[in-house]
Design a protein around this ligand. Sequence first.
Ligand SMILES: Nc1nc2c(ncn2[C@@H]2O[C@H](COP(=O)(O)OP(=O)(O)OP(=O)(O)O)[C@@H](O)[C@H]2O)c(=O)[nH]1
Ligand SMILES: [Zn+2]
Length: 213
Amino acid sequence: MTPRTDAVAARESDGPAVVSWRPRVVHDAAPVDLALAEKAAADLLAALGQPVDGPDMAETPRRMAHAYAEMLTAGAFDFTTFANSEGYDELVLVEDIPVRSVCEHHMLPFVGVAHVGYLPAERILGLSKFARVVDHFSHRAQTQERLTKQIAEHLERQLAPRGVGVVIEAQHTCMSLRGVRAVGARTVTSALFGALRDNPSSRAEFLSLTRRR
Ligand SMILES: Nc1nc2c(ncn2[C@@H]2O[C@H](COP(=O)(O)OP(=O)(O)OP(=O)(O)O)[C@@H](O)[C@H]2O)c(=O)[nH]1
Ligand SMILES: [Zn+2]
């Protein structure tokens, strides 16, 4: 049931200055059935002894179904790149991108920030698209490790930069609200490709900037 991302369209190395790419996400899972989800939420709450038949919680199953559908459904966006006409070849780093996802083990949220950097080659990426890529892969049941790698692999494939790095720092509510209740524990993951992985000074620059807190 691994979700799959299919790239649609245009990669032109020396073509138009602006290239957009509209990702089409194909989930192997069945499409969202909100009515069934609402009924299942009502059954779950009833099984957990919650007064779902009473007036106060009458709308709760519907809200739960919509809330999970929203957290688990990614939208499409344009992956807009531009010709690197100035030949910019230093690190581009977008820090503190909000991460909101759901852990696949407990279906509880994990939240934090992502720092995404790359060393450009032929194309540069519209800055907002880093946050859109993070958001895109966050909208599914995830592990933090897989999310980190999917963001980096996507940028590596679609942007063909000289290097890509992704660091995510997040707190998992399955670890803080329940179970071990390790409130405040942060998990840090990273995925590096190309020169940010293999060139010691580029790697050191990226990691020192992203882990300086
Ligand atoms: N590696 C990894 N583990 C995660 C992530 N999100 C949640 N987990 C862990 O998944 C594990 C599931 O362990 P289980 O022993 O099957 O579940 P559990 O009995 O609820 O475990 P506890 O949380 O220790 O009570 C837990 O250790 C979670 O902390 C993640 O993104 N990455
Ligand atoms: Zn969990």
